[in-house]
Design a binder for this molecule. Structure first.
Ligand code: P70
Length: 462
C-alpha cells in the first residue's frame, strides 16, 4: 500500500507472542444474533463477533512488559507502590503535578464536573462527547459547542478539524461574562468529529485568550498521544520533535486533564484526573473517596496502575504511534480508493463511514448510521459503532432529538490487535454493504433508555 501511494511502508514495531482464536459465523447466525440484540451492536455478544471494531477502548493488546508489570501489583489498600509509579509516569509524560487515579475516563469526568462546574455555568468545548457532556449536564452545566465549522463537514480536508473557534468562544465570553464559564473542555483528538486533531497554535492561542479572562482549560487527554502525532506530521516546526515532547508541550498550555487510559495508554481498564492547582486537587482527592475509592487507587487494582504506568511510556514511542495511525490510514485509503464516503482526513483511532453518503434515501430519524452498523455485522460479523443521531441523544431542555450534521458509523481500530489482512477483510465487507446500499432500509427505535441511550436502545426494521 505504501508503494501504491509513493511512499515507504510502515510495519508494526512488535511481533505476536500469543494469539486468541476468532469465531466465524454464518449469515443465519448473524441475523438471529442481530435481531436478539435489537439491531444495536452494543447488545451483541462478543462471541458472535468476528472482527471487533466497536471501540479502541480497553480492547488493546498489552505488551509482555505490561503483563510482567501486572505481577508486580502491590495490592495494598493505601499507598501502593504502583500508584507512585503511575504518578511519576503522568508527571513525566503529561506534566501535571497532582494525580488522582479513577476506574476509567468517566469516573474522572464525574469528579472534575462536580468540582469545577456551578449550576447554570457554560462549559464550552470542541464538540460534545457523550459521557463528558452528560457529566457536565448532571453537574448543572450547559455544554456549548465551539469547534470550528469545518469539523461538522465530513469532507472538509482541514488538517486540524478539532480546533476551537476562538471567535465563537470569545463571543460566548462577551455575551455571558467570564464568571459564567466553568472552564473550557478541550479534547485532543476529537472523537465525534472523526478523531480529528487540535493544533499547537490553536491551544496556544486558546491559552492566551483564556488567560485574559481568567478561565481554566481542562483537557480530555484520552487520545492526546494520537493528537501529538498529527502535530508532528502536519504543523510547521514540529517534524523533528518527538511525540513525547509534543505531548508535554501541549499539556503545558492546560490546567489539568482527565484520561480514559483504555485508549492511548494500551490497557484494558483505568483512568486518571490530574491538575496543577493544589486547592482543586484537595477537593478532588476528597471527592474520589466518595465515588471511586481511596485516592491512591481510585477503583483500580495495584496491577492495573502498574500496567498503565508502563503503557504510558510505551504509548509515546514514535514507531508505535506511527504504525498505529498507519494502520487506521491504510483502511481509510483503501475505502477512499473505492470512492466509499468516509470522514476526511482519516483520524487517529478509527475510520468513520459517512452514513449519509451511503443512504441518502434514509431520513436521519430512521437512523442511517445504526442501519449501516447492522448491515456490516450481517454481511461479515464485523462490529462497528453508531455515531450519529442515536448517540447524540436529546436536548435536556426541550426533549427533542439532537440532529447532528455528522451521521457516522465508526470502524474503530484497537491498538496492536489486528493485522493488515484483517483490514483488507473489513474493507471488502464495507464495499459489499456499499454496493447493496440502494436496497437498504432504515430502522425505528423500539426502546429508549434515559441516559446515554445508544448503549442500550433497541431498534426494529422499518
Ligand atoms: C469510545 C470510548 C470513551 C471516552 C472518549 C473520550 C474522548 C472520554 C471517554 C470516556 C467508550 C465509549 C464511551 C461512550 C460512548 C461510546 C463508547 N470512549 N472521552 O469507544 O472514557 O469510556 O473510559 O469512561 O472517547 O470512544 P471511559
Amino acid at each position: 500500500m505504501g508503494q501504491q501511494f509513493g511512499r515507504r511502508s510502515w510495519a508494526e514495531p512488535w511481533k505476536i507472542k500469543m494469539v486468541e482464536p476468532l469465531r466465524m459465523t454464518t449469515k443465519e447466525d448473524r441475523e438471529k444474533a442481530l435481531v436478539e440484540a435489537g439491531f444495536n451492536t452494543f447488545l451483541l455478544k462478543s462471541e458472535d463477533v468476528y472482527i471487533d471494531l466497536l471501540t479502541d477502548s480497553g480492547t488493546n493488546a498489552m505488551s509482555d512488559r505490561q503483563w510482567a508489570g501486572m505481577m508486580l501489583g502491590d495490592e495494598a489498600y493505601a499507598g501502593s507502590r504502583n500508584f507512585y509509579n503511575l504518578e511519576e509516569a503522568v508527571r513525566k509524560y503529561y506534566g501535571y503535578k497532582y494525580l488522582i487515579p479513577t476506574h476509567q475516563g468517566r469516573g474522572a469526568e464525574h469528579l472534575i464536573s462536580q468540582a469545577a462546574i456551578k449550576k447554570g455555568q457554560f462549559v464550552p468545548g470542541n464538540m460534545y462527547f457523550t459521557t463528558t457532556r452528560l457529566h457536565q449536564e448532571l453537574a448543572g452545566g450547559v455544554f456549548t459547542d465551539v469547534i470550528i465549522d469545518e469539523a461538522h463537514n465530513s469532507q472538509n480536508p482541514h488538517p486540524f478539524k478539532g480546533n476551537v473557534d476562538l471567535e465563537k468562544l470569545e463571543s460566548l465570553i462577551k455575551r455571558e461574562g467570564a464568571e459564567k464559564i466553568a472552564y473550557i473542555s478541550l479534547a485532543g483528538t476529537v472523537n465525534m468529529a472523526g478523531g480529528q486533531p487540535v493544533s499547537m497554535a490553536n491551544v496556544k492561542a486558546l491559552r492566551a485568550l483564556t488567560d485574559r479572562h481568567g478561565i481554566k482549560v481542562y483537557l480530555d487527554a484520552t487520545r492526546m498521544v494520537e493528537n501529538a502525532y498529527f502535530i508532528q506530521e502536519r504543523e510547521e516546526g514540529y517534524a523533528r520533535k518527538t511525540i513525547a515532547e509534543i505531548l508535554l508541550e501541549f499539556c503545558s498550555y492546560t490546567d489539568g486533564a482527565w484520561m480514559s487510559a483504555k485508549k492511548d495508554s494500551l490497557v484494558n481498564i483505568g483512568g486518571w484526573l490530574a491538575v496543577n492547582n493544589w486547592t482543586l486537587f484537595e477537593e478532588l482527592r476528597n471527592l474520589v473517596v466518595v465515588y471511586e475509592g481511596l485516592h491512591t487507587y481510585g477503583g483500580l487494582a495495584g496491577r492495573d496502575m502498574e500496567a498503565m504506568a508502563i503503557g504510558i511510556a510505551e504509548s509515546v514511542a514514535d514507531d508505535h504511534v506511527h504504525s498505529r495511525i498507519g494502520q487506521v490510514r491504510y483502511l481509510g485509503e483503501m475505502l477512499t480508493a473505492w470512492n466509499i464516503p468516509i470522514v476526511l482526513p482519516v483520524g487517529g483511532h478509527a475510520v468513520f463511514l459517512d452514513a449519509r453518503g451511503f443512504y441518502p434515501h434514509i431520513p436521519q430519524i430512521q437512523f442511517p448510521a445504526q442501519t449501516l452498523a447492522a448491515e456490516l455485522y450481517l454481511d461479515s460479523g464485523i462490529r462497528s459503532m453508531e455515531r450519529g443521531i442515536a448517540s447524540a441523544g436529546r436536548d435536556p431542555k426541550t426533549g427533542d432529538h439532537y440532529y447532528p450534521r455528522l451521521e457516522l458509523t465508526r470502524l474503530t481500530i484497537p491498538r496492536r490487535v489486528y493485522t493488515q489482512a484483517h483490514m483488507d477483510v473489513v474493507a471488502e465487507s464495507v464495499r459489499a454493504v456499499y454496493e447493496a446500499r440502494e436496497k437498504t432500509q432504515g430502522l425505528k427505535m423500539a426502546y429508549e433508555p434515559k441516559y446515554l441511550r445508544f448503549f442500550q436502545a433497541r431498534f426494529e426494521r422499518m
